[in-house]
Design a protein around this ligand. Structure first.
Ligand SMILES: [Zn+2]
Length: 412
């Protein structure tokens, strides 16, 4: 079935269809006086508005909206129990994270809540958050486990992700993050926990076939380089693709490890070294930047996006949506922070939030740009130009979101 989208103010897309690097990163194709032709949920062509097209069954009037590719968010912790607004309020009053953790807050409070909530409750909570993210323009997600830290609850979280994949009209990639933190019952016995992840959790996840990626929080005081190498090598052996929380708080060498192991992405990278950047560029590992987290944690030290782009790195943006360090559903807000605090241009921000996110999830042939043959995953922006996506910060100008040719969100 053929559909024509007409009355579009601007059609805005990354110039290439696979990945944006180097000079392409600062470019967008902007077409006016053009329509988009869809066929069976895919983009068939972009044609001049006055050109006739045969076989159109349905016309969508965009009412002057700006159309962009829907966002791809390649790093979320969307399935969790509870929320941490009280802890947030303590943090902005000056309490340190370690103090909050000693008072029973921090990630362990989310672990307790995720362990105790039923699968159905976790699912309902996750659906609400996912739909809020769709309303802000995201139509493709990566979602991690990592708040169980025991085999049973990690599997419960992954089953919730599977239910989201089956029930929600979006694309979702699942990631096992059993090595997100050392659980309280393993304090002082980190080696035993690493063994549990390698010998119990990873094989169980593999057997159920419910995660494509394995991730780890590689950080000083959590999982060091040796632990990370051990877990990720075991995951690789079992057929998982790899992602790494790397160099967020200290320059531990997670970027280098990601390059060494050929990970799909290394994420955070606030403290990534020059050698880490070089190794990642060489191995084609995507740099997933999470500036919303840096902002939310009230730090002034952002990831070195300029150096990464200069070195030819593939840069993607993500919300890092989670209840502790980045409670936002909004990719546009993340792009604004990336522009204002990491020095990206609007064009670099949009490329990073669409095509390069898709590339990091192996979905560059499916989504992330407006090119023939890709899914019609589009956002309709109520604005005079695409620049308002970033310029008009903290406001949701998205009027509608389309996935595979179907409108999955429309502003009331
Ligand atoms: Zn994360």
């Amino acid at each position: 079935m053929k559909t024509r989208i007409t009355n579009i103010r601007e059609i805005v897309t990354p110039v290439g269809s696979r990945v944006a690097v180097g000079a392409d990163m600062d470019k967008l194709s902007v077409l006016t006086h053009s329509d988009i032709i869809l066929s069976d949920g895919n983009i068939e062509s972009v044609i001049p508005r006055n050109q006739e097209e045969q076989g159109i069954k349905h016309v969508i009037d965009a009412e002057g909206a700006v159309i962009l590719p829907a966002f791809v968010d390649p790093h979320t912790h969307l399935v969790f129990g509870g929320t941490r607004e009280d802890e947030f309020n303590l943090r902005i009053r000056g309490k340190k994270y370690m103090e909050i953790a000693r008072m029973g807050g921090g990630i362990n409070s989310t672990v307790r809540a995720t362990r105790s909530e039923s699968e159905d409750t976790l699912f309902e909570h996750a659906v609400r958050n996912l739909r809020d993210m769709v309303a802000h323009g995201t139509a493709t997600f990566e979602i991690k486990s990592g708040y169980g830290l025991e085999t049973e609850t990690e599997l419960k979280q992954l089953r919730v992700i599977k239910r989201l994949q089956e029930s929600e009209p979006v694309d979702i990639k699942a990631t096992f993050l059993g090595a997100h933190e050392i659980p309280p019952e393993y304090q002082g016995r980190k080696k035993d926990y690493v063994n549990l992840v390698c010998e119990d959790m990873l094989p169980a996840v593999k057997e159920q076939g419910i995660a494509e990626y394995c991730d780890i929080f590689c950080e000083t005081g959590v999982f060091d380089i040796d632990d990370s190498r051990k877990i990720l090598n075991r995951a690789k052996e079992l057929g998982f693709k790899l992602r790494i929380h790397a160099d967020e708080l200290t320059p531990l060498g997670g970027g280098e490890l990601a390059g060494e192991l050929g990970a799909a992405s290394a994420d955070h990278l606030v403290h990534v070294t020059k050698a880490g950047i070089a190794k990642m560029v060489q191995a084609g590992v995507v740099f997933v930047m999470l500036p919303g987290t840096t902002f939310f944690l009230m730090s002034d030290k952002f990831a070195p996006a300029g150096k990464i782009l200069e070195a030819g790195g593939i840069l993607a943006l993500s919300t890092d949506f989670n209840p502790g360090s980045s409670y936002t559903h909004s990719m546009p807000m993340v792009i604004t922070i990336a522009c204002l605090r990491m020095g990206l241009t609007i064009e670099q921000g949009i490329n990073a939030a669409t095509l390069n996110g898709a590339y990091s999830l192996g979905l560059q042939n499916v989504t992330g740009s407006i090119h023939p043959g890709k899914q019609a995953d589009l956002i309709f922006l109520d604005a005079p130009s695409y620049k308002f996506l970033v310029y008009n910060f903290g406001v949701n100008r998205i009027r509608a979101v389309m996935k595979k040719g179907q409108l999955i969100y429309q502003k009331a």
